[in-house]
Ligand binder design. Structure first.
Ligand code: CDP
Length: 238
């Protein structure tokens, strides 16, 4: 395969091949979508913010011993990543009740979940990402029981590292989504960890610092993304 061939284009990122075997270029675009693609826009500078935050947080996780897809940052909107065989499961970790969780279960928005709740959803917009359990996952042939156990354990470690980092900055990590893929016999954290995939609240006033600002038209999305990206990375993004 020649270099720079388009491999996959999702809702906000595009993957290109590179000349190196097993390595891909991940482009963060300015597209933003919500409600399974029902709401869409282009916000200039959004790709830059999410690329920068993902690179920073994956770097932080790697330093804590959690293996990720990231090889390095190429420029403002591109990461060099390992080519994973992605598992189409969204692993969501929740520290606080919010979003779909309070619509589905009798919790109040903001309730603390101790221990954190780990949820598995099938990545399938046309079916609105239905929830999975171990039996359904195995029946669908998506992952083995052992892989599921490992994904859950890594996701909870990711939660501990991210929560501690954000707490020091006065930010509550209410919940986040992560995805995994296989690489040479190992399970690696893939995709992105950004304001699109985390639910972040200012610890002082519980103001949204993430995609909820876009979902529910709570203010100037790019102003929030830029300022939280600067805050998360101690000024290196923005
Ligand atoms: O946010 P929403 O009400 O749509 O769903 P949720 O189940 O409460 O989402 C939990 C967390 O996973 C939030 O931080 C979402 O931003 C994230 N998520 C995601 O990144 N991609 C999805 N397809 C679904 C949720």
């Amino acid at each position: 395969m020649s270099a720079d061939e388009l491999i996959y284009s999702g809702k906000a990122k595009t993957l290109y091949s590179t000349a190196r075997e097993g390595e891909l270029l991940m482009e963060f675009r300015d597209d933003i979508t919500a409600f399974d693609g029902g709401k869409k826009d282009i916000l200039p500078g959004k790709g830059y913010c999410n690329c920068c935050v993902t690179a920073f947080l994956f770097g932080l996780l790697e330093r804590e011993g959690i293996r990720t897809q990231l090889i390095g940052k190429i420029d403002a909107t591109h990461l060099l990543v390992r080519s994973l065989q992605m598992i189409p499961i969204e692993v969501i970790v929740r520290n606080r009740a919010a979003g779909s969780f309070v619509r589905r279960y009798p919790f109040r928005e903001g309730d603390t979940l101790k221990p954190p709740v780990c949820e598995l959803n099938l990545k399938d917009d046309s079916r609105h990402d239905p929830m999975l359990n171990e039996d359904i996952t195995v029946a669908l042939g998506l992952a083995t029981k052992l892989e599921l156990r490992e994904m859950r354990s890594i996701a909870l470690r990711v939660n501990r590292v991210l929560s501690a980092h954000l707490e020091r900055l006065g930010i509550v990590l209410a919940d986040f989504k992560c995805e995994f893929g296989r690489f040479r016999g190992e399970l690696l954290l893939g995709d992105e960890i950004s304001m699109d995939s985390m639910r972040l609240w200012d610890a002082l006033d519980r103001k949204s610092l993430d995609k909820d600002v876009y979902r529910y038209a709570k203010g100037d999305v790019m102003e929030v993304y830029r300022s939280v990206a600067r805050r998360i990375t101690s000024g290196s993004c923005g």
